[in-house]
Design a protein. Structure first.
Ligand code: ZN
Length: 378
């Protein structure tokens, strides 16, 4: 492959990213996310692609599926982007307006992941217009990744099973690295039910759900084992009804991260098997591994090496990160054994914060990387 002069119009790219970022799309706001899906669909007019809009379900917005190569049913390339963000409506007018400061472009969801999604979308448009892809491509724009993809997991897995490669446009890490492994993620809920009583008049009759839960929280947090890459976090807690009532209820949510399936099974069993200390308090624990671990298999390593060679031809070094703690839709397809490469989005920092930003200098190389991956994967 020869290095060619870049065919990227940076000003136009920044304008496009700006339009996407200025269409705010918090996951739970179906109308807002659908406006974002409208915008993605509108940019495909006139291109020889087949577009399906899959109606949203379970309280989430629609998914857009773009297919190239009609009639070509060879296993091809699946690209995954989510258009939802964690930022509520009004973030743009408040804490995080779209703005450029030197190499940084700020805005809600700019880094995670509208910047990266826009780069891949542009790459797809270029490749489709030029007819240079070697494999058929399916591109999914999904509405619910930030809450674990409850309404799109089945579709992602169905398209994943039919794909030869999966490319995911989550943000680049630590100075432009891509992602070849991610921890698995489990979500659990625990409810304690005790016996309510007046805190003054009949203290002895009460059985405090909060007191029981306090011991459970310490036990759960104590399961963290950094050496094995296992973390447990009680991220939410609520309980009680009034200051002078021994609380009947308390509930928590538990976040679990593991490196591999066997640790996932072991920890799931431990968490689901937790027993109350107080025999008069009932515990109910539910939950499971939601995103299976994404481990770097030889096939994933081969895909990474290919991408690295492509990047070298473009003129930059592409490294991969050590296993990251955050899950993504890449976990689903990697767990099916389909070679999956993630972190192909824009470089930057501050995902999910008020200083979230992408780097202008990463737009051109990473758009070209996606474009040439679509042209070289076979
Ligand atoms: Zn993301």
């Amino acid at each position: 492959m020869n290095s060619q002069p870049a065919a990227i119009d940076l000003g136009r790219m920044i304008d496009g990213i700006r339009r996407w970022v200025e269409t705010e799309s918090p996951t739970r706001d179906v109308r807002a996310v659908n406006r974002m899906i409208d915008l993605v669909a509108a940019g495909l007019d006139g291109l020889p692609v087949h577009v399906d809009r899959i109606h949203g379900r379970s309280g989430y917005a629609d998914t857009l599926r773009i297919r190239t190569g009609p009639g070509d049913d060879r296993p091809g390339i699946l690209i995954l982007s989510h258009v939802d963000t964690v930022h509520p409506l009004g973030t743009l007018a408040g804490a995080l307006p779209f703005r450029r400061d030197g190499d940084r472009l700020y805005g809600p969801g700019l880094y995670d992941m509208k910047g990266g999604a826009f780069l891949a979308y542009e790459a797809l448009r270029q490749v489709v217009a030029a007819g240079t892809a070697r494999l058929p491509i399916v591109y999914l724009f999904t509405p619910d990744e930030e809450v674990g993809s409850p309404s799109t997991r089945e579709l992602i897995e169905a398209e994943g099973r039919r794909a030869r490669y999966v490319l995911v446009t989550e943000p680049a890490r630590d100075g432009g690295k891509c992602v070849t492994s991610r921890k698995g993620v489990g979500r659990f809920a625990m409810t304690a039910t005790g016996v309510p009583a007046h805190a003054g008049g009949s203290h002895q009759r009460g059985r405090s759900a909060i007191k029981e839960m306090a011991r459970q929280v310490l036990a759960i947090e104590g399961m963290t084992d950094y050496a094995r890459g296992i973390t447990t976090t009680v991220g939410l807690i609520s309980g009680g009804t009034a200051a002078n009532v021994i609380p009947q209820y308390c509930e928590i949510t538990i976040d679990l991260r593991v490196r591999d399936d066997s640790a996932g099974r072991e920890m799931t069993k431990k968490i689901l098997g937790l027993q109350p200390h107080d025999p008069d308090v009932r515990l109910l624990v539910t939950g499971e591994i939601n995103r299976p671990p994404f481990e770097k298999t030889p096939a994933i390593d081969a895909l990474f090496r290919h991408a690295r060679a492509v990047a070298r031809d473009i003129g930059f070094d592409l490294a991969d990160t050590r296993m990251t703690g955050g899950g993504s839709d890449a976990n689903f397809t990697a767990a099916l054994g389909v070679p999956t490469l993630d972190g192909l989005g824009i470089d930057g920092d501050g995902a999910h914060t008020d200083w979230e930003h992408g780097l202008v200098s990463s737009i051109e190389p990473r758009t070209l990387l996606m474009q040439r991956l679509l042209e070289t994967l076979a």
